[in-house]
Design a protein around this ligand. Structure first.
Ligand SMILES: N[C@@H](CCC(=O)N[C@@H](CS)C(=O)NCC(=O)O)C(=O)O
Length: 350
Protein backbone atom coordinates (compact mmCIF):
# COMPACT_ATOMS: atom_id res chain seq x y z
CA UNK A 1 0.00 0.00 0.00
CA UNK A 2 0.99 3.63 -0.14
CA UNK A 3 4.25 4.54 1.52
CA UNK A 4 5.69 8.03 2.04
CA UNK A 5 7.95 9.00 -0.83
CA UNK A 6 11.34 10.56 -0.44
CA UNK A 7 10.84 14.29 -0.58
CA UNK A 8 13.09 17.12 0.51
CA UNK A 9 10.12 19.24 1.55
CA UNK A 10 8.48 17.57 4.55
CA UNK A 11 5.48 19.90 4.22
CA UNK A 12 4.51 18.41 0.91
CA UNK A 13 5.19 14.70 0.61
CA UNK A 14 3.68 12.75 -2.27
CA UNK A 15 2.78 9.14 -1.64
CA UNK A 16 3.81 6.26 -3.87
CA UNK A 17 1.16 4.94 -6.22
CA UNK A 18 -0.27 1.50 -5.51
CA UNK A 19 -1.71 -0.09 -8.64
CA UNK A 20 1.19 -0.73 -10.98
CA UNK A 21 0.07 -3.33 -13.50
CA UNK A 22 0.73 -2.89 -17.19
CA UNK A 23 -1.48 -3.23 -20.22
CA UNK A 24 0.53 -5.08 -22.86
CA UNK A 25 0.28 -5.62 -26.60
CA UNK A 26 0.92 -9.30 -25.85
CA UNK A 27 -2.55 -10.89 -26.23
CA UNK A 28 -1.67 -13.54 -23.64
CA UNK A 29 -0.83 -11.06 -20.89
CA UNK A 30 -3.03 -10.43 -17.85
CA UNK A 31 -4.09 -7.05 -19.25
CA UNK A 32 -3.97 -7.31 -23.06
CA UNK A 33 -4.38 -4.11 -25.06
CA UNK A 34 -7.88 -4.73 -26.43
CA UNK A 35 -10.01 -2.02 -27.93
CA UNK A 36 -13.01 -1.14 -25.74
CA UNK A 37 -11.71 -2.90 -22.64
CA UNK A 38 -10.19 0.00 -20.67
CA UNK A 39 -11.55 3.26 -19.27
CA UNK A 40 -9.50 6.25 -18.16
CA UNK A 41 -10.99 8.14 -15.22
CA UNK A 42 -9.66 11.68 -15.06
CA UNK A 43 -10.29 15.09 -13.67
CA UNK A 44 -9.79 17.89 -16.18
CA UNK A 45 -8.41 19.87 -13.26
CA UNK A 46 -5.60 17.43 -12.55
CA UNK A 47 -2.34 17.83 -14.49
CA UNK A 48 -1.30 14.20 -13.94
CA UNK A 49 -4.58 12.90 -15.33
CA UNK A 50 -4.61 15.45 -18.15
CA UNK A 51 -1.22 14.30 -19.40
CA UNK A 52 -2.67 10.81 -19.87
CA UNK A 53 -5.65 12.21 -21.71
CA UNK A 54 -3.29 14.27 -23.89
CA UNK A 55 -1.37 11.15 -25.01
CA UNK A 56 -4.65 9.29 -25.55
CA UNK A 57 -5.75 12.11 -27.87
CA UNK A 58 -2.40 12.48 -29.68
CA UNK A 59 -2.20 8.77 -30.36
CA UNK A 60 -5.80 8.73 -31.63
CA UNK A 61 -7.04 6.29 -29.01
CA UNK A 62 -10.44 7.91 -28.45
CA UNK A 63 -12.30 5.00 -30.01
CA UNK A 64 -10.23 2.30 -28.30
CA UNK A 65 -10.12 3.68 -24.75
CA UNK A 66 -13.09 5.46 -23.24
CA UNK A 67 -12.59 8.23 -20.71
CA UNK A 68 -14.62 10.43 -18.40
CA UNK A 69 -14.04 13.23 -15.92
CA UNK A 70 -15.22 13.68 -12.36
CA UNK A 71 -16.55 17.06 -11.31
CA UNK A 72 -13.95 19.67 -10.37
CA UNK A 73 -14.88 20.37 -6.75
CA UNK A 74 -13.90 17.95 -4.03
CA UNK A 75 -16.81 16.77 -1.94
CA UNK A 76 -17.43 14.30 0.88
CA UNK A 77 -16.83 10.87 -0.58
CA UNK A 78 -18.89 8.92 1.94
CA UNK A 79 -21.75 9.71 4.28
CA UNK A 80 -20.70 10.30 7.89
CA UNK A 81 -17.06 10.51 6.86
CA UNK A 82 -14.77 13.54 6.79
CA UNK A 83 -12.86 12.51 3.67
CA UNK A 84 -13.07 14.98 0.80
CA UNK A 85 -12.18 13.94 -2.74
CA UNK A 86 -13.23 13.40 -6.35
CA UNK A 87 -16.90 12.69 -6.96
CA UNK A 88 -19.01 12.11 -10.04
CA UNK A 89 -21.93 14.43 -10.77
CA UNK A 90 -25.46 13.08 -10.28
CA UNK A 91 -26.30 13.65 -13.94
CA UNK A 92 -24.46 14.18 -17.22
CA UNK A 93 -25.87 17.68 -17.60
CA UNK A 94 -25.10 19.06 -14.14
CA UNK A 95 -21.45 20.00 -14.74
CA UNK A 96 -20.25 20.61 -18.28
CA UNK A 97 -17.40 18.19 -19.06
CA UNK A 98 -18.12 15.87 -16.13
CA UNK A 99 -20.16 12.67 -16.35
CA UNK A 100 -21.87 10.17 -14.10
CA UNK A 101 -19.91 6.94 -13.76
CA UNK A 102 -21.47 4.85 -16.52
CA UNK A 103 -19.04 1.96 -16.00
CA UNK A 104 -19.45 1.15 -12.30
CA UNK A 105 -22.20 3.46 -11.11
CA UNK A 106 -19.78 4.81 -8.49
CA UNK A 107 -20.48 8.09 -6.72
CA UNK A 108 -16.82 8.81 -6.02
CA UNK A 109 -13.33 7.79 -7.13
CA UNK A 110 -12.97 6.35 -3.65
CA UNK A 111 -15.66 3.79 -4.52
CA UNK A 112 -13.60 2.66 -7.53
CA UNK A 113 -10.64 1.96 -5.25
CA UNK A 114 -12.96 0.10 -2.88
CA UNK A 115 -14.19 -2.10 -5.74
CA UNK A 116 -10.60 -2.81 -6.82
CA UNK A 117 -9.21 -3.57 -3.37
CA UNK A 118 -10.81 -4.32 -0.03
CA UNK A 119 -7.76 -3.24 1.99
CA UNK A 120 -6.62 -0.11 0.18
CA UNK A 121 -5.33 2.60 2.51
CA UNK A 122 -3.77 5.10 0.08
CA UNK A 123 -5.12 8.24 -1.52
CA UNK A 124 -8.02 8.13 -3.95
CA UNK A 125 -6.26 9.79 -6.86
CA UNK A 126 -6.88 10.27 -10.54
CA UNK A 127 -5.91 9.18 -13.11
CA UNK A 128 -7.27 5.66 -12.81
CA UNK A 129 -6.90 3.21 -15.68
CA UNK A 130 -9.79 0.80 -15.24
CA UNK A 131 -10.21 -2.67 -16.71
CA UNK A 132 -13.91 -3.11 -17.53
CA UNK A 133 -13.50 -6.86 -18.02
CA UNK A 134 -11.76 -7.73 -14.74
CA UNK A 135 -13.47 -4.81 -12.93
CA UNK A 136 -10.32 -3.52 -11.37
CA UNK A 137 -7.73 -0.76 -11.45
CA UNK A 138 -4.84 -1.63 -13.73
CA UNK A 139 -2.71 1.37 -12.91
CA UNK A 140 -3.05 4.75 -11.19
CA UNK A 141 0.38 6.15 -11.96
CA UNK A 142 0.22 8.66 -14.79
CA UNK A 143 3.87 8.33 -15.83
CA UNK A 144 3.25 4.64 -16.52
CA UNK A 145 -0.13 5.11 -18.17
CA UNK A 146 1.59 7.51 -20.60
CA UNK A 147 4.03 4.82 -21.66
CA UNK A 148 1.28 2.21 -22.15
CA UNK A 149 -0.71 4.57 -24.35
CA UNK A 150 2.39 5.44 -26.33
CA UNK A 151 3.43 1.90 -27.25
CA UNK A 152 0.96 -0.83 -26.35
CA UNK A 153 -2.16 0.17 -28.28
CA UNK A 154 -0.61 0.90 -31.68
CA UNK A 155 -2.67 -1.80 -33.44
CA UNK A 156 -5.86 0.12 -32.52
CA UNK A 157 -4.46 3.68 -32.57
CA UNK A 158 -5.31 6.14 -35.32
CA UNK A 159 -1.84 7.64 -35.04
CA UNK A 160 0.37 4.59 -34.40
CA UNK A 161 3.55 6.06 -35.87
CA UNK A 162 3.72 8.86 -33.32
CA UNK A 163 6.31 7.82 -30.75
CA UNK A 164 6.64 10.24 -27.85
CA UNK A 165 9.37 8.15 -26.21
CA UNK A 166 11.54 7.07 -29.15
CA UNK A 167 14.60 4.89 -28.37
CA UNK A 168 17.10 7.45 -29.67
CA UNK A 169 15.80 10.16 -27.31
CA UNK A 170 15.09 8.10 -24.20
CA UNK A 171 18.16 9.19 -22.26
CA UNK A 172 17.45 12.89 -22.75
CA UNK A 173 13.71 12.45 -22.15
CA UNK A 174 14.37 10.64 -18.85
CA UNK A 175 16.79 13.31 -17.72
CA UNK A 176 14.44 16.13 -18.77
CA UNK A 177 11.44 14.50 -17.09
CA UNK A 178 13.34 14.38 -13.84
CA UNK A 179 14.15 18.07 -13.50
CA UNK A 180 10.82 19.12 -15.00
CA UNK A 181 9.02 16.98 -12.41
CA UNK A 182 11.05 18.11 -9.43
CA UNK A 183 11.35 21.75 -10.36
CA UNK A 184 8.07 22.48 -12.12
CA UNK A 185 5.31 19.80 -12.07
CA UNK A 186 5.78 19.07 -8.40
CA UNK A 187 7.61 22.34 -7.81
CA UNK A 188 4.46 24.47 -8.01
CA UNK A 189 2.78 22.28 -5.37
CA UNK A 190 5.82 22.54 -3.11
CA UNK A 191 5.58 26.34 -3.32
CA UNK A 192 1.83 26.33 -2.79
CA UNK A 193 1.80 24.05 0.21
CA UNK A 194 4.92 25.40 1.91
CA UNK A 195 4.05 26.19 5.51
CA UNK A 196 6.89 28.54 6.32
CA UNK A 197 8.81 31.29 4.53
CA UNK A 198 12.14 29.44 4.36
CA UNK A 199 10.65 26.41 2.63
CA UNK A 200 8.70 28.60 0.24
CA UNK A 201 11.81 30.64 -0.63
CA UNK A 202 13.80 27.50 -1.41
CA UNK A 203 11.03 26.02 -3.57
CA UNK A 204 10.38 29.23 -5.50
CA UNK A 205 14.06 29.50 -6.30
CA UNK A 206 14.11 25.94 -7.58
CA UNK A 207 10.93 26.49 -9.63
CA UNK A 208 12.25 29.58 -11.35
CA UNK A 209 15.64 28.00 -12.06
CA UNK A 210 13.79 25.23 -13.88
CA UNK A 211 11.51 27.65 -15.78
CA UNK A 212 14.54 29.74 -16.80
CA UNK A 213 16.22 26.56 -17.99
CA UNK A 214 13.16 25.80 -20.17
CA UNK A 215 13.28 29.29 -21.63
CA UNK A 216 16.97 28.84 -22.53
CA UNK A 217 16.31 25.51 -24.24
CA UNK A 218 13.23 26.77 -26.08
CA UNK A 219 15.12 29.79 -27.39
CA UNK A 220 17.18 27.35 -29.50
CA UNK A 221 14.77 24.58 -30.44
CA UNK A 222 11.08 23.96 -30.87
CA UNK A 223 10.63 21.36 -28.13
CA UNK A 224 12.41 20.33 -24.93
CA UNK A 225 14.36 17.42 -26.40
CA UNK A 226 15.01 18.80 -29.88
CA UNK A 227 12.69 19.63 -32.74
CA UNK A 228 10.55 16.56 -32.10
CA UNK A 229 7.58 16.58 -29.76
CA UNK A 230 8.15 14.12 -26.90
CA UNK A 231 6.56 12.98 -23.69
CA UNK A 232 8.60 15.62 -21.82
CA UNK A 233 6.73 18.38 -23.64
CA UNK A 234 3.36 16.98 -22.62
CA UNK A 235 4.58 16.70 -19.05
CA UNK A 236 5.71 20.33 -19.05
CA UNK A 237 2.64 21.56 -20.91
CA UNK A 238 0.12 20.41 -18.29
CA UNK A 239 1.82 22.60 -15.69
CA UNK A 240 2.56 25.70 -17.77
CA UNK A 241 -1.01 25.81 -19.13
CA UNK A 242 -2.28 26.00 -15.51
CA UNK A 243 0.41 28.39 -14.37
CA UNK A 244 -0.86 31.93 -15.02
CA UNK A 245 -4.52 31.05 -14.45
CA UNK A 246 -4.10 29.16 -11.21
CA UNK A 247 -0.65 28.51 -9.76
CA UNK A 248 0.56 32.12 -10.01
CA UNK A 249 -2.15 33.18 -7.57
CA UNK A 250 -3.17 30.19 -5.50
CA UNK A 251 0.35 28.72 -5.13
CA UNK A 252 2.13 32.12 -4.98
CA UNK A 253 4.20 31.43 -8.10
CA UNK A 254 4.12 35.06 -9.17
CA UNK A 255 7.77 35.99 -9.54
CA UNK A 256 7.38 35.77 -13.30
CA UNK A 257 4.37 34.56 -15.26
CA UNK A 258 4.61 32.08 -18.11
CA UNK A 259 3.29 34.72 -20.49
CA UNK A 260 6.26 36.88 -19.52
CA UNK A 261 8.65 34.22 -20.83
CA UNK A 262 8.72 34.91 -24.55
CA UNK A 263 9.74 31.46 -25.76
CA UNK A 264 7.95 29.41 -23.12
CA UNK A 265 4.70 31.24 -23.79
CA UNK A 266 4.92 30.74 -27.55
CA UNK A 267 5.77 27.08 -26.93
CA UNK A 268 2.70 26.69 -24.69
CA UNK A 269 0.50 28.04 -27.50
CA UNK A 270 2.25 25.77 -30.00
CA UNK A 271 1.44 22.65 -28.00
CA UNK A 272 -2.09 23.82 -27.17
CA UNK A 273 -2.71 24.12 -30.92
CA UNK A 274 -1.66 20.55 -31.81
CA UNK A 275 -4.81 18.72 -32.94
CA UNK A 276 -6.62 17.25 -29.94
CA UNK A 277 -4.70 19.12 -27.25
CA UNK A 278 -7.08 22.00 -26.62
CA UNK A 279 -9.85 19.52 -25.79
CA UNK A 280 -7.76 18.33 -22.83
CA UNK A 281 -7.74 21.80 -21.27
CA UNK A 282 -10.88 22.86 -19.42
CA UNK A 283 -9.90 26.03 -17.61
CA UNK A 284 -13.19 26.26 -15.69
CA UNK A 285 -12.51 22.84 -14.11
CA UNK A 286 -8.91 23.85 -13.37
CA UNK A 287 -9.87 27.11 -11.68
CA UNK A 288 -12.79 25.70 -9.74
CA UNK A 289 -10.65 22.88 -8.39
CA UNK A 290 -7.53 24.80 -7.43
CA UNK A 291 -9.38 27.73 -5.89
CA UNK A 292 -12.16 25.63 -4.40
CA UNK A 293 -10.68 22.42 -3.05
CA UNK A 294 -7.81 23.49 -0.83
CA UNK A 295 -9.26 25.25 2.24
CA UNK A 296 -5.85 25.33 3.94
CA UNK A 297 -4.57 27.80 1.34
CA UNK A 298 -7.81 29.42 0.15
CA UNK A 299 -10.38 29.07 2.91
CA UNK A 300 -12.99 31.34 1.31
CA UNK A 301 -12.77 29.50 -2.02
CA UNK A 302 -12.96 32.73 -3.99
CA UNK A 303 -11.90 32.21 -7.61
CA UNK A 304 -9.56 34.85 -9.06
CA UNK A 305 -10.94 36.47 -12.22
CA UNK A 306 -8.05 36.62 -14.64
CA UNK A 307 -6.20 36.47 -16.82
CA UNK A 308 -8.22 34.46 -19.39
CA UNK A 309 -5.38 33.92 -21.84
CA UNK A 310 -6.25 32.89 -25.38
CA UNK A 311 -3.81 30.11 -26.19
CA UNK A 312 -5.20 29.75 -29.70
CA UNK A 313 -3.56 33.02 -30.80
CA UNK A 314 -0.64 32.79 -33.27
CA UNK A 315 2.79 31.71 -32.08
CA UNK A 316 6.25 31.84 -33.63
CA UNK A 317 7.43 28.26 -33.19
CA UNK A 318 7.14 27.23 -36.85
CA UNK A 319 10.48 28.87 -37.48
CA UNK A 320 12.31 25.79 -36.18
CA UNK A 321 13.11 22.97 -38.55
CA UNK A 322 11.04 19.87 -38.03
CA UNK A 323 12.49 16.42 -37.53
CA UNK A 324 9.23 14.75 -36.72
CA UNK A 325 6.54 13.52 -39.06
CA UNK A 326 4.49 16.63 -38.59
CA UNK A 327 1.74 17.55 -40.99
CA UNK A 328 2.43 19.06 -44.40
CA UNK A 329 0.45 22.08 -43.30
CA UNK A 330 2.93 22.77 -40.54
CA UNK A 331 5.85 22.34 -42.93
CA UNK A 332 4.16 24.76 -45.31
CA UNK A 333 3.53 27.29 -42.54
CA UNK A 334 7.11 26.98 -41.40
CA UNK A 335 8.36 27.52 -44.98
CA UNK A 336 6.19 30.61 -45.43
CA UNK A 337 7.48 32.01 -42.14
CA UNK A 338 11.07 31.61 -43.39
CA UNK A 339 10.07 33.35 -46.68
CA UNK A 340 8.62 36.22 -44.68
CA UNK A 341 11.84 36.54 -42.70
CA UNK A 342 13.88 36.55 -45.94
CA UNK A 343 11.65 39.25 -47.42
CA UNK A 344 12.06 41.36 -44.27
CA UNK A 345 15.85 40.92 -44.56
CA UNK A 346 15.77 41.99 -48.22
CA UNK A 347 13.63 45.06 -47.53
CA UNK A 348 15.80 45.98 -44.56
CA UNK A 349 18.90 45.89 -46.73
CA UNK A 350 17.42 48.19 -49.39
N1 LIG B 1 1.21 9.68 -8.79
C1 LIG B 1 -0.01 10.10 -9.25
C2 LIG B 1 -0.44 11.42 -8.62
C3 LIG B 1 -1.80 11.83 -9.07
C4 LIG B 1 -2.38 12.91 -8.17
O1 LIG B 1 -1.70 13.44 -7.27
N2 LIG B 1 -3.66 13.25 -8.40
C5 LIG B 1 -4.34 14.21 -7.54
C6 LIG B 1 -5.07 15.26 -8.35
S1 LIG B 1 -4.05 16.40 -9.20
C7 LIG B 1 -5.43 13.50 -6.78
O2 LIG B 1 -6.20 12.77 -7.35
N3 LIG B 1 -5.52 13.75 -5.47
C8 LIG B 1 -6.54 13.22 -4.65
C9 LIG B 1 -6.16 13.23 -3.19
O3 LIG B 1 -5.04 13.66 -2.88
O4 LIG B 1 -6.98 12.81 -2.39
C10 LIG B 1 0.08 10.22 -10.76
O5 LIG B 1 0.92 10.95 -11.29
O6 LIG B 1 -0.68 9.53 -11.42
Amino acid sequence: MATPMENENPNFARTATSFRNFVSKDPDSQFPAESGRYHLYISYACPWASRCLAILKLKGLDKAISFSSVQPLWRNTKENDEHMGWVFPDSDTEVLGAERDHINGAKSVRELYDIASSNYTGKYTVPVLWDKKLKTIVNNESSEILRMFNTEFNHVAENPSLDLYPPNLRAIIDETNEWIHDGINNGVYKCGFATNQETYDVEVKRLYEALDRCEDILRKQRFLCGNTLTESDIRLFVTVIRFDEAYAVIFKCDKRLVREYYHLFNYTKDIYQIAGMSSTVKMDHIKQNYYGSFPSINPLEIIAHGPNIDYSLPHDRHRFSLESDYTRLELFESASFVCELKLIEIFDSL
